[in-house]
Write a protein that binds this ligand. Structure first.
Ligand SMILES: [Zn+2]
Length: 199
């Protein structure tokens, strides 16, 4: 268990060393509040919350501090800032609290922006790092929810019973899709995949 920065050697640590394999929950512990009469009142149960990573189970606050330190020393703060800006404008469903910084740190440490399988690969790169997409061909699709055509990646497309599924290029919800153009011919490969699964 890594519950403080003491003993964590930041020198030589790489992003992949603190990659999150899964979130961990420790044992339940009771939290008491001091009362005016000197007594104590049980206010809540709490858990140690951590992340299992290649270097061990790291407390979530400590993980955040390590991630921030690694990003600082890599001079890549602008990437986290732009990811946070992205998640502020496009908050994932269901999170009422502002998690944009935590989401940005995770996406940065995992280098999601380099993976065409990341839902925001095209829009984030178009906005913040257009050179990364230069010369690449992408399928254009349209989803019934928004009816707005846009690019997606072959990695995000799936054929299920000869129907195309992926993410709406406008609102990023999972949806059935209509293919408008496919310069990289990813649909042919997907159809073959679909046939293979059905056989
Ligand atoms: Zn949509």
């Amino acid at each position: 268990m890594i519950d403080s920065l003491d003993g964590v050697k930041l020198d030589g640590l790489r992003y992949e060393d603190i990659r999150i394999v899964y979130a961990t929950h420790g044992e339940e512990r009771s939290v008491y509040e001091e009362q005016e009469d000197g007594g104590k009142r049980l206010v809540k149960f709490d858990y140690r919350k951590g992340y299992l990573t290649p270097i061990g189970d790291i407390d979530r606050d400590v993980w955040q501090q390590i991630a921030e330190a690694l990003i600082m020393s890599s001079y890549e703060g602008w990437i986290t800032d732009s990811l946070q800006e992205w998640y502020t404008v496009h908050p994932p469903n269901g999170s009422g609290v502002d998690m944009s910084w935590q989401l940005a740190l995770k996406a940065h440490i995992h280098r999601d922006y380099d993976r065409p399988g990341w839902i925001y690969y095209i829009p984030w790169n178009r906005l913040y790092r257009p050179a990364a997409l230069q010369g690449k061909l992408f399928p254009t699709v349209v989803a019934p929810c928004c009816g707005v055509a846009g690019e997606t990646t072959a990695e995000l497309l799936r054929m299920e019973r000869r129907e195309l599924f992926g993410y709406c290029p406008c609102c990023f919800k999972r949806s059935s899709l209509r293919l408008i153009s496919d310069p990289g011919n990813s649909r042919r490969a997907l159809l073959r995949e679909d046939d293979g699964e059905a056989a």
